[in-house]
Design a protein around this ligand. Structure first.
Ligand code: GDP
Ligand code: MN
Length: 390
């Protein structure tokens, strides 16, 4: 899960990282009040969405009077911001961050990420701040400094100073930047973040080091230890279907194909997805309904898939060992009746109470397409979807 810049800056600040004074605003009125409170000569009004590249898209404005703050806030609030990271559909801005402007002398890039090769944190730094790091990596890879920390080891002052001097900093600024980097590291460790990115970290004309932008990503599996982070979730930023899935405790990930997949167990899900691909189709999602598959949960899972406009057909491939196939059949029938079932649905059910399960499906009179072997399932749904398209 990612969080907003204003939230990330708050967390950085409480871990000793220098950030300009600023505050979030949910209305234009609030933005003006925040600007007045800040009592600065220059303000920056920034769109708060979970995507970078806002600057170039008109989502970051540097202004010099309260009137201009109002103008900028009016312009950005409610705007559909399209950046390389939002996708072509863009993202509506519902929050602004207003902060004190900085006198930038130079912009740098600093991030800390979990490195799967070393199982530790890798610090990435560059003199090419403000730009997208992917672009820097592609065009001028020699300008990227990578420093791999040992797993569980602390980051030492000497290591941080080494990075600062590789960034070309001198004297006092080496110490200031090194302290900044150590504080970012402390933030990363204490929050168990997957990724903390400061782009840009700036040196001001007054020779101070600040984080002007901040991005953080977390593994939701750590949230039982970090309730405060879990509470930073912004539902506006989540896929509505994934949110719905979470409510029903379904393991669901949206993908870009056309065949909705409903399976119990991650292994069966992967195998089913492979099979769909082999038969020339593309899965629209990963879904594991494992656990207590009550008829209600099965119905919720089915309706969720069905409501996805990208889904042209559904494949339900369930082996009921612990879970009874009659419960699954019941859930399927309830949901299919509700949605009127205009899309093809292939069902392969095996396991406990299978006779009863099949009878429920048959007695429903609904046009479920039955498949009995594993190989048959994917073939049947791909064919059915192709037929619909004609
Ligand atoms: P992003 O485009 O979504 O990554 O948004 P950023 O927060 O990184 O802002 C984009 C750019 O706006 C930065 O690289 C800076 O050049 C500029 N910027 C941001 N804050 C300030 C500021 O306080 N003063 C000045 N002069 N420029 C700023
Ligand atoms: Mn940025």
């Amino acid at each position: 899960m990612n969080i907003h810049e204003y939230q990330a800056k708050e967390l950085l600040k409480s871990n000793g990282v220098n950030v300009p004074n600023g505050k979030v605003a949910f209305t234009v009125e609030e933005a003006i009040n925040v600007a007045k409170e800040l009592n600065a000569g220059v303000w920056v009004v920034k769109a708060q969405i979970h995507a970078g590249g806002r600057g170039k898209a008109g989502g970051v404005k540097v202004v010099k009077s309260i009137e201009e703050v109002e103008q900028a806030a009016k312009e950005i609030m409610g705007k559909n911001l399209v950046t390389p990271q939002t996708g072509p559909q863009g993202k509506i801005v519902k929050k602004l961050y207003v902060e004190e402007g900085s006198n930038i002398e130079k912009e740098f890039y600093i991030s800390m990420v979990i490195d799967r090769e070393t199982n530790g944190i890798t610090v990435i730094a560059s003199t090419e701040g403000g730009m997208e790091i992917e672009e820097v990596a592609e065009k001028t890879p020699e300008k990227i400094i990578k420093h791999k920390l040992k797993p569980c080891a602390n980051m030492e002052m000497d290591e941080a100073k080494d990075i600062a001097s590789k960034l070309g900093l001198k004297d006092d600024l080496i110490d200031k930047a090194a302290n900044f980097i150590l504080s970012v590291h402390k933030t990363t460790i204490s929050l168990e973040a997957l990724m903390v990115e400061i782009n840009p970290m700036v040196i001001t004309k007054e020779k101070e080091v600040y984080a002007l932008d901040a991005k953080m990503g977390f593994d939701e599996n750590s949230f039982y230890r970090h309730e405060d982070i879990a509470n930073l979730r912004d539902e506006d930023e989540e896929d509505p279907l994934e949110l719905e899935a979470k409510k029903h405790d379904l393991n669901y990930v949206k993908l870009d194909g056309e065949i909705g997949v409903m399976v119990n167990g991650a292994g069966l899900a992967m195998a089913t997805m492979d099979l769909i691909k082999q038969n020339g189709g593309k899965p629209a999602n990963f879904m594991d309904i494992a656990g207590a598959a009550t008829p209600e949960r099965v119905a919720a899972a089915f309706k969720l898939l069905y409501s996805d406009k990208d889904v042209k057909g559904i494949l339900c491939n369930v082996f009921g060992g612990m879970m009874r196939t009659n419960s699954i059949a019941e859930g399927l029938v309830t949901a299919a009746n509700e949605v009127k079932m205009a899309k093809p649905v292939v069902v392969r059910l095996e396991g406990t109470n299978i006779e009863l399960g099949r009878k429920i499906l048959k007695d429903s009179g609904l046009p479920f397409i039955n498949a009995s072997t594993f190989g048959e399932t994917a073939k049947k749904i791909v064919e059915a979807v192709k037929k619909e398209e004609k």
